[in-house]
Design a binder for this molecule. Structure first.
Ligand SMILES: C[S@@+](CC[C@H](N)C(=O)[O-])C[C@H]1O[C@@H](n2cnc3c(N)ncnc32)[C@H](O)[C@@H]1O
Length: 335
């Protein structure tokens, strides 16, 4: 299978694949939505069952190459939408007999290793970070956004303790020239020079910029809510996250709407009614040592899932809970 050959060549390993497949049980048959096609690892496995169908999303045009290979092999059992997964809501009624919806958030190894994407602090040149279907780049953000708002991005999306000092240096240096990747890394290294580090100095700032540029918080929140609206009762939603902000959102979504009739005693009447999910396990599934050894990128992965048990859907509480993050994303309108 060509998709598999390509995965091996580029050393892309679908994270928590066996665990995900055992949860969504594609061997019972049905239609599945893969919200993050990437290299097609999950879709390919689901399509191995002869009668299964997959509808896949990916916002990156690079995913078209894999999508075309899958289309060639599986014909009308595979459909691809080069779109953001929040657009899942646009699926028409005939496509709605869905057994499972899966998300594998973040970036594929080939996206990270693509210098043109400007996602990594390991390459020199212009920062970009656009995943697909977006207007503003990290270059524009770092060089044009005012200090206060830049600091908010680093603090909220990177949980970066040195945000203020880093922004101060950025503002000094960008008076002289447009900052490139290497300039930003240099600034961060100067600010953090003597600090103990478990991770690369630039990890948090780069994470923050990626989230901001791709509006990942609103994408995730709308993607989850719209998935709930699309999937029938009995269907399963499964999400693999890679950092604590994503995981916090997914955990809240599943846990609150499966446990309590009113998720917050401080916000009266925001959600009343039946619980929306059955939660099979509260703790996330994480990769085994064996998987982490083969694919170190998997080390921060967490898989959470739940089964839809009711059609009622008032998610105002969910949006309110993460409003402080959603507001930071709207700073994109200032650029
Ligand atoms: C970690 S990779 C998925 C890997 C895939 N599960 C596999 O087995 O090859 C994540 C993919 O999701 C896509 N993606 C991330 N956010 C998205 C969004 N909001 N809408 C659509 N695609 C998105 C990225 O472009 C990337 O290709």
């Amino acid at each position: 299978m060509t998709a598999t050959i390509k995965q091996e060549k580029e050393k892309h390993f679908p994270v928590l694949l066996d665990e995900l497949i055992s949860i969504i049980s594609p061997h019972y048959g049905g239609t599945f939505i893969d919200c993050t096609l990437g290299h097609g690892g999950y879709s390919l496995k689901i399509l191995e069952e002869k009668t299964n169908k997959v509808i896949a999303f990916d916002r990156d045009t690079e995913a078209l190459k894999i999508a075309n290979q899958l289309k060639l092999k599986f014909k009308n059992r595979f459909t691809f939408k080069n779109d953001k997964f929040s657009e899942i809501i646009s699926l028409n009624n005939s496509e709605k007999k869905i057994k499972g919806i899966i998300f594998d958030l973040g970036y594929s190894s080939s996206q990270i290793n693509d210098p043109n994407k400007g996602l990594s602090f390991n390459f020199e040149g212009k920062l970009n970070m656009k995943m697909g279907i977006n207007n503003i780049s990290a270059h524009e953000t770092i060089n044009n956004l005012d200090a206060k708002n830049l600091k908010n991005i680093f603090t909220y999306f990177g949980e970066e303790t040195y945000a203020k000092l880093i922004v101060k240096k950025i503002c000094q240096m960008r008076k002289e020239k447009n900052l490139l990747t290497e300039d930003l890394v240099q600034i961060i290294n100067i600010v953090k020079k003597n600090k103990k580090k478990k991770i690369h100095n630039a990890t948090k700032v780069f994470q923050a910029l990626r989230i901001f540029v791709n509006q990942e918080i609103s994408e995730l929140i709308n993607g989850l809510v719209n998935s709930f609206k699309v999937i029938p009762v009995g269907g399963i939603i499964a999400v693999v996250t890679f950092h604590s902000i994503e995981d916090k959102i997914v955990k809240y979504f599943f846990k609150n709407y499966s446990e309590k009739l009113n998720p917050s005693r401080y916000i009266p009447n925001s959600f009343k009614g039946d619980k929306l999910f059955k939660l099979i396990r509260k703790k996330p599934i994480t990769p085994t040592f064996k998987e982490i050894k083969i694919n170190p990128r998997s080390r921060s992965a967490k898989l959470r899932y739940a089964i839809k048990v009711s059609n009622q859907s008032d998610f105002s509480e969910f949006f309110k809970k993460f409003d402080y993050l959603l507001k930071v994303e709207t700073l994109i309108n200032k650029l």
